[in-house]
Design a protein around this ligand. Structure first.
Ligand code: LLP
Length: 416
């Protein structure tokens, strides 16, 4: 039985009625199925059975405390990209040595804080960052554990899904500079080289780019070790896609069976592995429930104006992304084609285009695949409070984030 689906004519998240939750907590409302998250995680865990591997959930995908706790209690570490995420990770009870710190722009203060906490690894993205981290660590009498993010430069022509692993974007160290960068890192008294990492992009739905990137990274490991710098762990980043609209990404265990076969064939089967999946752990575990405010049929377009907007669900506006939209209580009868739009004062504030729906004012709609990169990217544009969030576990539902009030928003402001 799917964790999010219809039963007796109404949308359910696990054993809880979405309609009941929306009536109790209001809309827009994010609802997550805990079992769906754990099931997504289990596919990775199966894939890594018997291996020395650490799954570090990329918390940027959804950093709500209860979501983090769910993954941490299931054994995950966390991939963080800011001091704020570090504090959330610690608040969620993540063991510091299971935290890895990614990102191109870590500040000195963030480095200090992470060294103080004793995190497992800094994924460093430039020579200048290595220099600063070395200085900060030495000033604290420490050696910072580092991995250098390498840019595998997998050919975009054959694999157009890859967006961050190419020359010409801001991420990682160029392939040809990797050995020199490692020699430099190994010479720094404030650094301790522990690994190598890469991340080739997001919403990847094919295996081939991963296999190519792995070959490129393993070539580098061989070259770096031949130059005298041992590499303990290999971190392959995240990026595995989910089904938004008939997408067919490989299952995590299928992908990893292929990748592990390659690692074994190349003699790296015993190496410690790390990964940083985000979207594939939470994306399809969440929905956003929104109420239809107005029907506005028109000459060229019919608009369905709903109470969720680009500040709650930024992916359509930012990436022309597709999210499924379905009724919470489906009606019998003919459908009409609608553009589903929010109340924000921008033409870019749309949630779905040309959707066939049979709805009336006051109906509830569920925006699907809303577990990743929705709440964590939400804003207060138009002084809209951020939505509330509920975590469902079987027949239990728990409010994990209250709806943000205007008072919450005004708290940091000072009137003239
Ligand atoms: N590791 C690194 C270094 C990353 O930059 C990312 C995502 C991940 C791991 C996790 O990737 P995932 O498994 O979630 O694909 N806001 C965009 C996605 C941005 C992804 C940024 N980096 C979206 O909504 O599609």
């Amino acid at each position: 039985r799917p964790f999010i689906g219809y039963r007796n004519g109404q949308l359910m998240v696990e054993d809880v009625s979405v309609n009941d939750l929306a009536r109790a907590h209001g809309t827009p409302l994010f609802i997550y199925a805990k079992a769906a998250m754990l099931q997504a995680l289990a596919a990775y865990q199966r894939g890594f059975a018997g291996r020395d591997a650490q799954i570090c959930y990329a918390m940027k995908a959804n950093s709500s405390l209860a979501i983090l706790q769910t993954f941490v209690r299931a054994g995950c570490g966390l991939d963080i990209v800011s001091g704020g995420e570090l504090d959330r990770a610690l608040a969620a009870g993540c063991e510091p040595h299971k935290i890895i710190f990614s990102g191109v722009g870590k500040t000195r203060a963030e480095m200090r804080r992470a060294l103080d906490a004793g995190i497992g690894c800094f994924n460093v993205e430039s020579r200048a960052e290595l220099e600063v981290l070395d200085e900060v660590a030495r000033s604290m009498g420490q050696r910072a554990p580092v991995s250098v993010r390498v840019n595998p430069d997998v050919d975009a022509k054959t694999h157009p899904y890859i967006s961050t692993g190419l020359k010409g974007n801001k991420f990682g160290i160029a392939h040809q500079d990797a050995v020199d960068t490692y020699l430099f890192a190994a010479s720094c008294k404030g650094l301790r080289v522990v690994g190598i990492d890469c991340h080739i992009g997001s919403q990847i739905t094919e295996m081939a780019p991963y296999l190519d990137a792995m070959d490129r990274v393993l070539d580098l490991v061989t070259a770096i070790e031949a130059a005298g710098v041992p590499i303990q762990h290999i971190d392959f980043g995240g990026g595995l896609g989910i089904d938004y609209q008939g997408d067919t990404p490989p299952a995590a265990d299928t992908l990893w069976a292929a990748l592990l076969a390659k690692l074994d064939a190349r003699g790296f089967g015993q190496r410690k592995l790390m990964i940083e999946p985000g979207r594939s752990l939470v994306g399809n575990a969440g929905v956003c429930i929104t109420e239809v405010l107005y029907l506005k049929p028109g000459e060229q377009k019919n608009f369905l104006i709903v109470d969720a907007a680009m500040n709650d669900l930024p992916r359509p506006a930012m990436y022309q992304a597709h999210h499924g939209i379905v009724p919470v209580l489906p009606r019998d009868g003919a459908t009409t084609t609608w553009d589903v739009v929010g109340p924000v004062c921008e033409s870019g504030d749309w949630i779905g285009r040309d959707r066939d729906l049979n709805v009336a004012q006051g109906d509830l709609l569920a925006v699907l695949s809303a577990g990743a990169y929705c709440m964590s990217m939400a804003s207060n544009y138009n002084t809209r409070g951020r939505a509330a969030e509920v975590l469902v576990d079987g027949a239990q539902a728990m409010l994990i984030r209250e709806r943000e009030s205007v008072a919450d928003q005004l708290r940091l402001e000072r009137a003239l």
